[in-house]
Design a binder for this molecule. Sequence first.
Ligand SMILES: [Zn+2]
Length: 287
Amino acid sequence: MSQDKLQRYLFEKADVRGEIVQLDESYQQMLAGKPYPASVAKLLGEMLAATSLLTAILKFEGEIAVQLQGDGPVNLVAVNGSHKQQLRGVARWKQDVQTDDLQQLIGKGQLVITITPTQGERYQGIVGLTESTLAGCLEQYFLQSEQLKTRLWLHADGAHAAGMLLQALPESDKSQEVEFEHLESLTDTIKAEELFELEAEQVLHRLYHQEEVRVFEATEVSFKCGCSRERSLNALSSVSKAELTEVLEERGHIDMHCDYCGSNYRFDLIDMEAFWAGGQTSSEQQH
Ligand SMILES: [Zn+2]
């Protein structure tokens, strides 16, 4: 595939919208340098595709954070996405378990979706892990939080991640249910390999050539971590000065590590004194 992209489309004769996302490079960048077990890498890929699909539904500028938390072998899977389709993600696991079953991987836990608009109130939705797939849990989320019939198809294999979404529009009524089911059954026929290998246009043609589909311009999707030296320093404001001074005396510096991209930010006494004084941080300084 040429590049990582997301494509939105609309069925002209039904109140249903759709999305398709195909991710190779951003997925591989997210996994790079991290010894994720195969099952975790797969789940992270599904989360990446899902977050991209969810982010594309946003009607405003902002960020979506999708998190799976539980007491199972994989305690945390977190993926963040922005309206610019810049994504990042990370997972923590205690044990390598070879299964595709979400409940076996995460254990007793929940799916938390946090939507943070650039301007406006933060919104959080939580659903229990009642389904054995991430797609199933997200469908529950949409039904509960937005009362919108939604179907998701998510696939990942450690090299490719891809997903599709169908959602009834808010104005859709009961008479459209048959139409939604028809589109659902068409989309059900797509195989993971086809989503990984075919161009989006080919997939849409293969599935919906008898439907009237309006396809919008594709959006590029990329891996990008929003971390920076300045943000890491600001994060230290939640730690007491006494505690930080102790670390500085002990080691001579404070290290802040970003779990998402592996970046390390180091601050010495001079940096910290400037920060505490409320002055400019030496953000361009190299250590
Ligand atoms: Zn980072």
